[in-house]
Design a protein around this ligand. Structure first.
Ligand code: ATP
Ligand code: MG
Length: 254
């Protein structure tokens, strides 16, 4: 079973800063997101969109409460928390090795601490690596093959090498690989922080199309977007302004 199982999210009085004595960059946010809802987050640069994605996973110091599936994340360890939710940052880091390694959750012993490896090792004994057909389907669904022609000699495949951090892939390609990984893991809550200037319009459109058409309907998706247009078909749009929620409503109402 995958956790969280429904993707419901509730946030109460969430504030965040980048250091424990630093200025607050999010001020007392409270909101709830229903399972399967598609949320767009917009706001000018510096309004706190990326900070919100980090605060939801407690990757920066936070105050206030966040519940996933009614579970208080304050009582979960960070590792469990980050396992159940996929966050795709503006510039994703990939593991060095192959694309396959980046997609297959059972192929990542090198990246794990020993205690985790033992837990996974048990898993591994009973569940073989995820097969290539599944991994390729995820790459396709995430939009990688829409981005590259099959005649292209330099097209990415499962065997393509990935340099440290993913530096030999474009930021857009990395976001697509991270999305494919979320599909393989069957995350129920996906938070995508769209790349800014580093991504071209076509890649952006492909990613949005993948989120819209290839994810199961019950997956909750929060997309940080730089153009309102990108998220006009979201169920609701949150407008952030200087670390506060200025609006949170359906696109029609805005
Ligand atoms: P953009 O559209 O440019 O991605 P954003 O809405 O994602 O902007 P944030 O990155 O969340 O904005 O920034 C919100 C506030 O937090 C800003 O005042 C910014 O200066 C501050 N901030 C962001 N990253 C850091 C950091 N690593 N250390 C300290 N302050 C930061
Ligand atoms: Mg940002």
């Amino acid at each position: 079973a995958h956790w969280p199982s429904s993707g419901a999210l509730r946030v109460e009085n969430l504030s965040a800063s980048y250091s424990s004595d630093g200025p607050s960059v999010l001020h007392d946010l409270s909101f709830a997101v229903n399972p399967g809802e598609r949320i767009g987050v917009v706001g000018r640069t510096g309004s706190g969109k990326s900070s919100l994605t980090l605060a939801l996973l407690r990757l920066i110091p936070t105050e206030g409460k966040v519940w996933y599936d009614g579970l208080d994340t304050g009582s979960l360890n960070l590792e469990n928390l980050r396992e159940g939710v996929t966050i795709i940052p503006q510039v994703p880091e990939l593991l060095s090795g192959t694309l396959r390694r980046n997609l297959d959750p059972f192929d990542q012993f090198g990246a794990l601490r020993p205690s985790r490896a033992i837990v996974l090792l048990n898993h591994f004994v009973f569940s073989p690596h995820i097969d290539d057909a599944t991994l390729n389907a995820a790459l396709r669904d995430a939009g990688l093959f829409a981005l590259q022609s099959s005649e292209d000699e330099s097209r990415l495949t499962l065997d393509s090498g990935v340099a440290r951090g993913g530096s030999n892939l474009s930021v857009g390609q990395r976001q697509i690989v991270a999305l494919a990984r979320a599909m393989v893991r069957q995350s129920k809550l996906l938070i995508l922080d769209e790349a800014t200037s580093a991504i071209d319009y076509k890649t952006d459109a492909i990613i949005q199309e993948s989120l819209r058409t290839q994810l199961p309907k019950d997956v909750t998706v929060i997309t940080v977007a730089h153009r309102l247009q990108t998220v006009m078909d979201a169920d609701r749009i949150m407008v952030l302004d200087a670390g506060c929620i200025a609006e949170f409503d359906s696109p029609r109402a805005l």
